[in-house]
Design a binder for this molecule. Structure first.
Ligand SMILES: C[S@@+](CC[C@H](N)C(=O)[O-])C[C@H]1O[C@@H](n2cnc3c(N)ncnc32)[C@H](O)[C@@H]1O
Length: 318
């Protein structure tokens, strides 16, 4: 458990922690939603700022939630864990009779608990069943099942769109050929080897050739980009006046959704075709606190290379 909780053997470093806390201002007290509690690093920092803060922490990964709950035991009932998808926030808040919150944090992507797991199939560093579900106890499709069901075109689209992988068509073709031969891909090693052969290793390539394909499949398996925009609007509506919303994303598609949604809710029309009549529903509900996304400095990236693609955006409810 020590490793999970940030012991020396596997330090867990919440990304952009100082910046997130500065924007959230939890020292004001009140109820905060940590929509992606993970190992509880950000929640812990929120709870430490004042005896008057409470946190409701969502995660769809029961294992992460158990570790976070253990870590945050000392805060008693100021921390409450919810095993749910954060896109169910309105239902959960209704059921709990909570009407308003002082701040909301969303730290998207995978946790180190998931990425460093030897059995859950998120990483090709370990040979494991190709699973990749954040909610390992849920009944969603695993990555192996997805590759068994989807057409070659759909697999190629996922790998191209979510992984920005130029060899997506070739990789998809090889995956489908393999399944037609009666030996579908079922482990991380099989997929990593197939991608390495299909994509070929380029000179001076810094990342493993399968990195982008693994990222793409993980996003698809967990529906990570779906319904993010309506979720943002729902939590912004839950914020009290001067309440804060902070989001950290790790993928350009996620960040683009956040950027557009926050701009729209700050009153800037996001209609693609400007006809003079706005129909994107732009309204002035928030003031943007970050004109450009905040990114980790060189010290944080050196200490935690996984932080390198992080982008933080924040706003304040009007
Ligand atoms: C980057 S980690 C969060 C790390 C956390 N801030 C900390 O300090 O330890 C992201 C977490 O969000 C969870 N997650 C991702 N998408 C989710 C969703 N739609 N609903 C609930 N939890 C989600 C993942 O299971 C993972 O544990």
């Amino acid at each position: 458990m020590a490793a999970l909780l940030g012991g020396r053997s596997a330090p867990h470093r919440p990304v952009l922690l100082r910046e997130a806390i500065e924007f959230l201002k939890p020292e004001r007290g009140g109820l905060f939603l940590d929509c992606t509690v993970g190992l509880g690093g950000h929640s812990e920092a929120i709870l430490e700022t004042s005896e008057a803060t409470r946190v409701i922490g969502f995660d769809r990964d029961g294992e992460a939630l158990a570790a976070a709950t253990q870590r945050l035991l000392r805060f008693g009932n100021r921390f409450q864990a919810v095993h749910a998808d954060f896109r169910e926030v309105s239902r959960v808040m209704n059921e709990r009779g909570e009407k308003q919150v002082a701040g909301v944090l969303v730290d998207l992507g995978v946790s180190s608990l998931q990425f460093d797991s030897e059995t859950r199939g998120f990483s090709f560093r370990f040979d494991a069943p190709l699973d990749m579900r954040m909610d390992a106890a849920g009944d969603e499709e695993t990555a192996a099942e997805l590759l068994l069901r989807l057409s070659e075109e759909e697999i190629a689209r996922i790998i191209f769109e979510y992984g920005e992988e130029r060899n997506s068509r070739r990789i998809a073709k090889w995956i489908v050929e393999q399944r037609e031969q009666g030996t579908p891909i079922s482990t991380t090693k099989e997929l990593a080897d197939l991608v390495a052969r299909a994509a070929g290793k380029k000179k001076h390539q810094r990342i493993h050739p399968a990195t982008r394909t693994f990222q793409a499949l993980r996003i698809a398996v967990n529906h990570e980009l779906e319904d993010l925009a309506p979720f943002v609007e729902e939590v912004i509506d839950l914020l009290e006046t001067d309440g804060r919303f902070v989001v950290i994303s790790f993928h350009s598609l996620e960040d683009r959704i956040m950027k557009h949604e926050l701009r729209r809710l700050s009153g800037r029309c996001q209609c693609q075709h400007r006809t003079g009549v706005c129909n994107c529903g732009a309204r002035r509900a928030v003031e943007l606190l970050t004109k450009r996304p905040v990114t980790p400095d060189e010290f944080e990236i050196e200490a935690n290379p996984r932080a390198r693609s992080a982008k933080l955006r924040a706003c304040r409810k009007l």
